[in-house]
Design a binder for this molecule. Sequence first.
Ligand SMILES: [Zn+2]
Length: 248
Amino acid sequence: MQYYQVADDVFCLRGTDVNMVLAREGGALTLIDAGWLKDADAIERSVRALGHRPEDIAAVLLSHAHLDHIGALRHLHDRYGIPAYTAPAEVGHARGEYHESATPLDVIRRAWKPRTLAWAVRIAAAGGLRENSAPHIQPFPTEGVLDLPGSPVPIPCAGHTSGHSAFHLPGAGVVATGDALVTAHPTSNIEGPQLLPDFFNHSTGGALDGLAAFDAIDADLVVPGHGPLWKDGIRRAAEIARDRATGN
Ligand SMILES: [Zn+2]
């Protein structure tokens, strides 16, 4: 199965080495992030396996515009008319007006090892070498809590990209951290809460500062953009990631 349940009415969908989060309220859904281009099938299969239709997705919230998160946005809009929202500072990135990321070739060059190559092969198959953008994306329609299933609250945490957001689902005690904090990555040697390797970050210093956004959040469950579910609280996760990044 390509999803697992995180909490009541919250599910983690698995794409190609990347996670997405689905929040449910009654018959309506909010999808947080959208995998790689070819993860659209995995999203639709998971939504149907949960007894819903893709049209039940009221909106997609985008943490940031990297190719492994923006993947199915355009498909979900063109096929089903599903809107997408991100932070105002991420809109231009998501519309493809500029790029803030290492290309897969950069990554292979700078982090070569057999498992990086295996990852590169998987992401190429997932459409990861193609340009992708979401011309229809809009900034969050309101500040603070969004009027969408799960009542998600964006948490601004720029650094990994200039307009990166995480999302808090307060009723479920879940935070979807996107790439502001991950618990593993195929190109990383370590497991547990961490920042992504430098070459993926627009600003690693910024990403480190961005962890402070989590210190005020009360949530036990963390679904990162990459890696397994973390159950020991978002604050502890941020503390571990900070200590690792600063060598403490
Ligand atoms: Zn990213």
